[in-house]
Every structure is written in C-alpha cells, then in structure tokens.
Design a protein around this ligand. Sequence first.
Ligand code: PLP
Length: 422
Amino acid sequence: MAGSSSASDALFATACKRMPGGVSSPVRAFGSVGGTPRYMARGMGAQIWDEDGNAYTDYCLAWGPLILGHAHPAVLEAVTKTARDGLAFGTCHRMEVALAELVLEAFAPAERVRFLVTGTEAVMTALRLARAHTKRRLILKFSGCYHGHSDGMLVKAGSGVATLGIGDSEGVSAAQAAETIVVPLGSQSGIEEAFARYGTEIAAVILEPLPANNGLLLQDPAWLQALQKLARASGALLICDEVITGFRFGFHGYARMVGLAPDLTTLGKVLGGGLPVSAVLGRAEILDRLAPAGKTYQAGTMSGNPVALAAGIATLTELRTGEPYHRMEGLGARLEAKLRGEGAFAFVRVGSVFWPYFGKRAPTRAEDVSELAVQEFQARYHRWLDRGIYLSPSAWEVGFLSSMHQESQVDALAEALLEPRR
Ligand code: PLP
C-alpha cells in the first residue's frame, strides 16, 4: 500500500539543505497539500513507483507530456536508437525536418516552425515576434492563464476590469509588468475596455484557449471568437498558447476546435513526448522575422536536440493514427459517467484532461475558484496517495489520462474521488 515514504522523507530532508525549497520547480514541493513530496523512481505505462517501492496510478504524467504513458516502447526505441548515434551535435539534423513536417501538417495553415526547449521560451519568442511584427509594445493576457515564467508574464491584475499588470513575483520590474494588460477570462467588457483604451498599442493578445493552469476554466467559443475579432480589428496578433492543449485532443490544437485561427501558436509538453521540446509556429511573414532569416533574435544550444526530437516524432507518429485519442476519449467518458451528478464536486472534462472541483458549480474564471473547494481537495489528497493514486499536488492543477490507462484504474480513481472527506 502506498503511504509510508521513508526514502522520500530522507531525500527531501537533504534536498532542502541543498536546493531552494528542496525542488527544481515550485509545485513539486507539496506546499499546497502538505507532507513530503514523493520521490519517483520508475514509471511504466500509467503506473509509477516511488523510492520506497509504493505504486501509484499516475494522473500527473509529468504535467501533461506523457500522453502515451511512461516508457512507451516506440518512444523508448526511438530515443535509444538516436542516442546511440550521439546525444547532441549543435548542428542541423534530419530530425528537425521530420518534426517540422509533422507539426506543420497538424497546424496548417502555419507555414514555419522554430523549435526551442521549454514552453517559457516558446512564449518569450512569440511575444518578441509579435512586438517586432506590429512595432507595438503592450501584451494583453488573462488572469488565471499561465504562460511560463518570463518577466512580463508573471503579472497579476491591478484593480479594475482591464488593468496594467503589477509584478506577481519579486524581481519583476514595474516597467516590465506595466507592459502587460490583465483582463479576467470571459469578460466581454474587459476586452472591449482594453482595446478601447490601449488598442493602438497592443502587440498581441495571448491566451490558453482552454485555460488549464488554474483548474480547467472552460470558455465560451463565442467569447473567444469575439476576442479574435477585436484583436484583428485593432491590428494585434492572436497568440494561442497550446503548451498543454496542443496534440492533446487530436492531431491539432484546441484553437481549431473553438473556431480560432491564431497568428502564432506555442507548443510544448506532448510535442516532446517526455523530453524537452517546444515550438513557436505561424505564418511565414511573421516567423521569418526570426534570425537568421530576419532581425528578431532567438537561439539555443539545446534547441532541436536530436534525442528530444526523436521522442517527439515517435509520440506524434503514434498520435497521428488517431487510436490513442479514441482510447483516451473512451476512458474520459467512462470516468465522467461515474462521477456526473455524484459526490461533493463538479467534474470538468475535455477529452483526456479533467478537473475535480470540490464546489457546486465549476467556475470559468480564476477569480471564482473558491478557497473552500481548494481546502476540500487538500483534505483528501493524502488519502488518494494512500490508495495509490497520484494526482498533481495542487487543487489548481488538472489531471491527465494517457492512452495506457486501464478501465480498472479509471474506476478506482472515480471511487477515490467519490469517497467522502473524513
Ligand atoms: N504555457 C502553458 C500553457 C503552460 O501550461 C506552461 C507550463 O505548464 C508553460 C507555458 C511553460 O512551459 P515550461 O514549463 O515548459 O516552461
């Protein structure tokens, strides 16, 4: 039974003396659920094992990339075969061409793609491109959408509906924060006000078309399309940040599913199949501003790393058959059918992404996520761990299914979620 975690305790105690907060990325510290983070040692399919040998069904899946589960044979084969020929060259490589073909097929009519390493970098580059292309300064974003940790994206709203941002992290200068306008999700008056006040200065609107970093906040496609229309009318670019949603619901992005045609798209996570690959893509007239074709600078020692690209190509090749999506939709529908109208929570699901919200009605704006719902999640989290269920350790994170989950695992998840709080 999962639960005792002495090896994790010992490792974390040492890590806390050597690394800030003991971790390489904040949420991993279990700060929002309490207790000691589990140190994972091994993964296979939908199962992971911690350093004490406790087994868990994994619904975090490395925060989204592992859509085919852990250690998928085709991905492992591609990675090991490529690695045997060399880990990195820092030169042009045939894998770049192969992945570019796959990505542009999926995201037509995008004409060009640049590969980078992290989602943060892809967003930074998209914003730089938007500013270069429009010769404008301001970026409009939405509260509750996460776009990585670059300075201008770490802002929260000031007071009012459409406000210039204020730094949400130490080290972000007031000047950088003030180049970002923050609006609540779904607010028609917010976007109208923002464009009325700043329209001629807005270089780009950036959003997660399906916001999945503050729970799963479903947006009305009519509002999304109204936003696109306002952006177009003002000459601002529309950037869809599909780092989570790209290739998640089909061999395409979420934007297409809600009638959006973004000028730029950012990808990450699934694109690298578990290794670090991200991308920015769009029309040639915008992407060809990137150096060396144009004068907008971006570069990376590890960009287009062949081993990482091999994992991405193998993953996308499996996804392109459509079979994994079919399987995940079946699993998601099964989970939803067991939970709908039951228990103390609202269950939000799109395909293989889900969010159990421990409140009556699922919110669609970050501002409406209730503190009580967060506490209900926290109160249950360690019981789920004890039952061998690993959800991301925060009430604001979504859960992911992979094509390797089994019906019995999904049934066990439903049962655990339905268990009343003790
Ligand atoms: N954009 C979105 C929508 C994300 O969810 C994330 C990470 O979770 C990022 C950007 C940043 O990606 P990375 O953590 O690879 O820098």
